[in-house]
Design a protein around this ligand. Structure first.
Ligand code: DC
Length: 229
C-alpha cells in the first residue's frame, strides 16, 4: 500500500522544491509529472510530430523511451531514448512545448497509467497540475501551492540568472501569465485546486516555512505520528 500526497499548483509556486524535500524526508518515491510532459514535448520535437497532431502525440506518449533517476548527489535526472536531457528539459522553450502537448485530452489519458505506476510502497509525492483532481483523486493528502505571478516570475528570474542565462523579468512575467492561462483555461484537466486540497500561498513564505506546514499536515492527517525535523 502506498500513501499518496499530491502537490499541485502553477509553475514557480515551489512544488518541485517542496516535493523533492518531502520525498527525501519521508523516504517516498517522487513523480515529477511536469517532467513527463516536458519529455513528451521534446520527443515530439525530435520526431517532428506537430504539437497539434493528437494521434502522433498519443503514439509517442505510449511508447517513448524515458527514464527518471536520482543521482548519488540527490539531484533529479531525466533520460530520453538514453540521452541525458535534464538541462534541455528545464528551458522555457520546452515548458511551452510541454504546456501545448498537455492541452490534448487524449494525450493526457495516454499518460495516465504511466503516472499511476509510480504509486508504490511506502508512498509517493506526486507533483503537477492534476495530481489531486485526476491522477490520484483518492490521495491521503492534497496540497495546492500558489504564489503571485510576480513572485513566481522573480523566482524563475533568479534561477536563470544563477545559471548565467540572459533573461528579462518583464518577459518572464508575461511567460508565466500565458502559461497559467493555457494550463488553467484548457478543457482537459485544467489546473485548479482539488476538492479537499489544502491551499497555501507561498509568496511570503520561506521554503522551510512551507516544509514545516506540509509536515504538520501529514501529522494532522494521521499519516505519521510525529516527524523529527
Ligand atoms: O511543472 P512544469 O512546469 O514542469 O510543467 C510543464 C507543463 O506541463 C505545464 O505548463 C503544464 C503541463 N503539465 C500538466 O499539464 N499536467 C501536469 N500534471 C504537469 C504538467
Amino acid at each position: 500500500m502506498a500513501v499518496i500526497i499530491t502537490i499541485d499548483g502553477p509553475s514557480g509556486a515551489g512544488k518541485g522544491t517542496i516535493s523533492r524535500m518531502l520525498a527525501k524526508k519521508l523516504g517516498f518515491h517522487y513523480l515529477d509529472s511536469g517532467a513527463l510532459y516536458r519529455l513528451l514535448g521534446l520527443a515530439a520535437k525530435r520526431h517532428n510530430v506537430d504539437t497539434g497532431n493528437t494521434k502522433g502525440l498519443i503514439t509517442l506518449a505510449e511508447h517513448m523511451d524515458i527514464r527518471f533517476d536520482i543521482t548519488a548527489e540527490g539531484s533529479f535526472k531525466a533520460l530520453l531514448e538514453g540521452e541525458d536531457v535534464t538541462n534541455t528539459m528545464r528551458t522555457e522553450n520546452t515548458a511551452v512545448l510541454a504546456s501545448q502537448v498537455a492541452s490534448h485530452v487524449n494525450v493526457r489519458a495516454a499518460l495516465l497509467k504511466r503516472q499511476q505506476h509510480f504509486a508504490t510502497a511506502p508512498g509517493l509525492i506526486a507533483d503537477g497540475r492534476d495530481m489531486g483532481t485526476v491522477v490520484f483523486p483518492d490521495a491521503e493528502l492534497k496540497i495546492y501551492l500558489t504564489a503571485s505571478t510576480e513572485e513566481r516570475a522573480q523566482r524563475r528570474y533568479k534561477e536563470l540568472l544563477e545559471k548565467g542565462e540572459d533573461v528579462s523579468l518583464p518577459a518572464l512575467i508575461e511567460q508565466v501569465r500565458s502559461r497559467d492561462e493555457r494550463d488553467m483555461g484548457r478543457d482537459a484537466s485544467p489546473l485548479k485546486p482539488a476538492e479537499g486540497a489544502v491551499q497555501l500561498d507561498t509568496s511570503e513564505l520561506s521554503v522551510q516555512d512551507v516544509m514545516d506546514t506540509v509536515l504538520n499536515l501529514t501529522v494532522v492527517k494521521g499519516l505519521f505520528k510525529s516527524i523529527h525535523r
